[in-house]
Unconditional design. Sequence first.
Length: 517
Amino acid sequence: MYKNIFLSFVLVSITGTSTYAQKKTPAGQPEKRPNIILFMVDDMGWQDTSLPFWTRKTRYNEAYETPNMERLARKGMMFTQAYACNISSATRCSLITGVNNARHRVTNWTLERDKTTDRTSSTLELPDWNYNGVSQVEGINNTFVGTSFVELLRQNGYHTIHCGKAHFGAIDTPGENPMHWGFEVNIAGHAAGGLATYLSERNYGHTRDGKPFSLMAIPGLENYWGTGIFATEALTLEAIKALDKAKKYNQPFYLYMSHYAIHIPVDKDDRFFGKYVRKGLTDKEAAYASLIEGMDKSLGDLMDWLEQNGEADNTVVIFMSDNGGLASEPAWRDGELHTQNFPLNSGKGSLYEGGIREPMIISWPGVVKQGSKCDKYLMIEDFYPTLLEIAEVKEYKTTQPLDGISFVPLLTGTGDPSRNRALVWNFPNIWGNDGPGINLDCSIRKDDWKLVYYYETGEKELFNVPADIGEKNDVAVQYPDIVKRLSKELGAYLRSTDAQRPIFKNTGKPCPWPDEI
């Protein structure tokens, strides 16, 4: 059994029980632990908001309206270097298990059992990665098994609610159902990583007789079919119903508000579409902007519920996205503004900053300084120990080693867990899109430096991220010692986690690790 008590790549094993230390108020009553809402957005670009996560506003920040993201930022802390994986499944599997994607091997997107989603290569044999996702039990091939932090929260007195996109495991595997991960309530979560349509007029992907016409059909929203209610709003209404119920239980709650928005298809949300047409955006641009504002309204509705029900001062609200916006080819072939990560390079699927750096905000009343910013970096697997620490779960057993490190010190201003820490991504796959930094690569970020290594060609790129946020200036030739040092650390980590790499078809030999070339 393992608990995460290490820095960088050092892992220490312990055993323990799942427990928390119950504090007392001066009157002798148990102190109420905080509620937690994790508000996860799908495929949100770094600039798909009116709230700038850079040093200045861009025209994209001026185009969109997200007043509730601004409202949350005034109440809490913005993170300008929050990282996820480049693909949704990898991010969500790291979130639920606390494990880096090199270790859990869910390195591309999952959907159907025993079916890979990779494009093929004429020169490389791609790894037999975990295309069935993650699971809480043994028994399914190509699956990583781990203990969920949600189950640990449930065991320690939290009422746990899932609403929206799950995408933890493939169809007909135990990991597909959020309730298997410790969620007591599941609203619309299943194996799919996207949606057929946001439109109730199309029954969110079902025919008139109730049969899904797509594997991406949203389940569980039958009461909203044909009502004219956009999927984002329907999920929000259901989440509020679940919170109304949770309020009666007299126990802290954890709500994972995991929106399908702003993933394609770009259906227009008529509540906001006209406004953006009048602002001069094309119909497609306006439809995308309406998806964004509909998502933002959901955030505001949940914040309103907290205030109206006396829970605002005792609730931690976390805003995060699962990967960068869809800004690679063919997303830009029409030349329209669809999603944008500028000034970051590339987008979803890429290990450049546009694919992995996310908009993140945390409000924790009485703990996090209001209106503050943090420029230290963190990784998606860090949410696992962080949320357990916020919930005061002190000791716990897991079936997997944890790679995440709590970022509570960043929230409290008491430390910097990012100092001298390396973050690693592994993507020995071929995704559905093309573009810079996409397909068959791995990467390491340590302090100011970031190395990208391409398995097939052996090419290496080096960037000083703070000095070159757009990764336009590859300085590998100028700094060979840094390239060598990062290559050695990246190669050592990939080996230590039993990470995967492609094989050359003509020789049958694996592609070199980054420190072998």
